[in-house]
Design a protein around this ligand. Sequence first.
Ligand SMILES: Nc1ncnc2c1ncn2[C@@H]1O[C@H](COP(=O)(O)OP(=O)(O)OP(=O)(O)O)[C@@H](O)[C@H]1O
Length: 252
Amino acid sequence: MQDTLEVEGLTVRFGGLVAVNDVSFKIGANEIVGLIGPNGAGKTTIFNSICGVTQTAAGLINLGSESLVGKTNAQIASLGVSRTFQNVRLFAELSVRDNIIMGAYRTHKCGFVSSALRSPQHAKIEKESGEVADHWIDRLGLRNFADRSAASLPLGIQRVVEVARAMAGAPKLVLLDEPAAGLNAIEKERLAAIVKQIAVEKCAVLVVEHDMTMVMPLVDRLIVINFGFKIADGAVADVSRSAVVQEAYLGV
Ligand SMILES: Nc1ncnc2c1ncn2[C@@H]1O[C@H](COP(=O)(O)OP(=O)(O)OP(=O)(O)O)[C@@H](O)[C@H]1O
């Protein structure tokens, strides 16, 4: 079976600095993979390359049969890559439901004129997007918050809303950028359970996270980056036993 994401020989340069050096990995559907490494290792740069935010110097990034290299962030999103942010980026004044509807809209191509004139096509999209939002509200336990503004909610709930918004776009790949940042232990546990649920949706998940207490039980596999190089890729137990990883990452 074809992998959802295939990264081959990815290299990214910032002037003279090689931030990502010939990195290759694959992620299959339903797989949750952690991307870890010390500060400045190159994790965010890999993330941003997949999203089309950072220009690559060399290598392939394929989502199924589609090449993502050279595509814009918006094109990549419409091909099926969703993400959440370390600093939650919701529409603060909009309700939880409307935030999630925004995620569902992304899958539709309805022009400005059609929207402005409230054409039958636009009405249909609006109805479908509402149904998708309600599905994710119920699925991720957000019903009690659906009509509240995003800004009025605790960070732990806002992160769940971001995941729901990402899922409403029916992605093939979800990128989670430090989802545990700022959460307490209970919120982390709840979010980890939710991430496990979304992987069941034939969705591949790539998580950048420093918090090992959240990552270890969550992921199927760990990829470790150090100074731009991939130094390990395997099951959590194997990677955490690796001498190279312990030396580089844990400073042992
Ligand atoms: N826009 C940029 N211009 C120049 N250098 C950059 C840029 N973005 C990142 N870098 C450098 O590239 C290297 C990799 O950075 P990156 O942010 O990808 O690491 P990281 O593993 O995500 O680190 P952290 O865990 O601290 O977020 C670092 O040396 C960083 O200083």
